[in-house]
Design a protein around this ligand. Structure first.
Ligand code: ATP
Ligand code: MG
Length: 250
C-alpha cells in the first residue's frame, strides 16, 4: 500500500482553476521530485497536502486512510491539526522564529502540550536532529546569527522534529547562493539515503534526477508526465516537458 495516495485533487482560486485533477502515489521510503514552470501549481499542491489550503475536490489518503475528502473536508481545528501532522513542510524562505534559538525553533512545536516527563526526550531528539544537520555548534544561535544555508537546515530539523510521515520541500534552495545550496542539498540527499519519504519541488534538475525515485512534471495544473526520475529528466516523452527542460539548460 502506498504511504500517500492523491486522487483527482482540484483547487480553484476565484476564477482560476489552479489544480485540474492531480493523481499520484508515493511509496514509503521513496522520494518524488516535482518540476514544472512557474505558475503550474506546484506550491498550491504542497499547500493542499499540508492543509494550508483546502482543495475543492479529490482525496488524499495516508497509509490507506482518507485524511482529506473534498466532498466532506475536515473543519474542526483540533482534527485539522492532527491531519496536518502527517506532513512536514520546508519553505523556500526558512520562516524560522527570529526570537528563538536554533534548538528552540526545533523543539517549540513538539514541546507544546507535551507531558513534563517527555520534555527531556524531546530536547534530546532536537539536539540529535541538529547534529544530523551538521549544526551541533549552532544550537544556541538565533536565526540572524546563521547563514541562509544554516537557517534552512534548522528549518529541516524543525520539520523532522514532529516526525511527519512525509516531508515536503518547496524549492528549499532557491533563496540561497550556490555554495550554500550545496550544503542543503547534501542534507536532503542524506535524508533520501536514510529512506525518508519526501516530496521535493525543485528547479535543481540534476538533484531532482539523482535524489528522487520518481519525477513529476506539472504543467498548467495537471501532471503532464511522471515516471522514474532519470527517465523523465533524461528522456522526456512529451514535447512540453522537452521544451521546459531545454529552456533550463540554456
Ligand atoms: N492564494 C491565491 N489566490 C489566488 N491565486 C493564487 C493563490 N495562490 C496561487 N495562485 C495562483 O495559482 C497559480 C499557481 O501558483 P503556484 O504558486 O502553485 O505555482 P508554482 O508552480 O508554485 O509556481 P513557482 O514555480 O513560481 O513557485 C498561479 O497562477 C498563482 O497566481
Ligand atoms: Mg511555487
Amino acid at each position: 500500500m502506498p504511504i500517500l495516495e492523491v486522487k483527482d485533487l482540484k483547487k480553484k482560486f476565484e476564477n482560476t482553476q489552479v489544480l485540474k485533477g492531480i493523481d499520484f502515489e508515493l511509496e514509503k521510503g521513496q522520494t518524488i521530485s516535482i518540476i514544472g514552470s512557474s505558475g503550474s501549481g506546484k506550491t498550491t499542491l504542497l499547500r493542499c497536502l499540508n492543509f494550508l489550503e483546502t482543495a475543492d475536490e479529490g482525496t488524499i489518503s495516508v497509509n490507506g486512510k482518507i485524511i482529506f475528502d473534498g466532498r466532506n473536508p475536515v473543519t474542526d481545528p483540533k482534527e485539522l491539526r492532527k491531519m496536518r501532522l502527517h506532513f512536514g513542510l520546508v519553505f523556500q524562505q526558512f520562516n524560522l522564529f527570529p526570537q528563538y534559538t536554533a534548538l528552540e525553533n526545533v523543539t517549540l512545536a513538539p514541546l507544546l502540550g507535551a507531558e513534563a516527563a517527555d520534555k527531556d526526550a524531546i530536547i534530546e531528539h532536537g539536539k540529535e536532529l541538529l547534529n544530523q544537520m551538521g549544526l551541533s555548534d549552532r544550537m544556541s544561535n538565533y536565526p540572524h546569527q546563521l547563514s541562509g544555508g544554516q537557517q534552512q537546515r534548522v528549518a529541516i530539523a524543525r520539520a523532522l522534529a514532529l516526525k511527519p510521515d512525509i516531508l515536503c520541500f518547496d524549492e528549499p534552495t532557491s533563496a540561497l547562493d550556490p555554495e550554500l545550496t550545496g550544503e542543503v542539498l547534501k542534507v536532503i540527499r542524506g535524508l533520501a539515503d536514510k529512506k525518508t519519504t519526501m516530496i521535493i519541488v525543485t528547479h535543481e534538475m540534476a538533484f531532482a534526477r539523482d535524489v528522487a525515485d520518481t519525477a513529476i512534471f506539472m504543467d498548467d495544473g495537471i501532471i503532464l508526465e511522471q515516471g522514474p526520475a532519470r527517465d523523465l529528466i533524461d528522456n522526456p516523452k512529451k514535447e512540453r516537458t522537452k521544451q521546459f527542460l531545454s529552456s533550463l539548460s540554456k
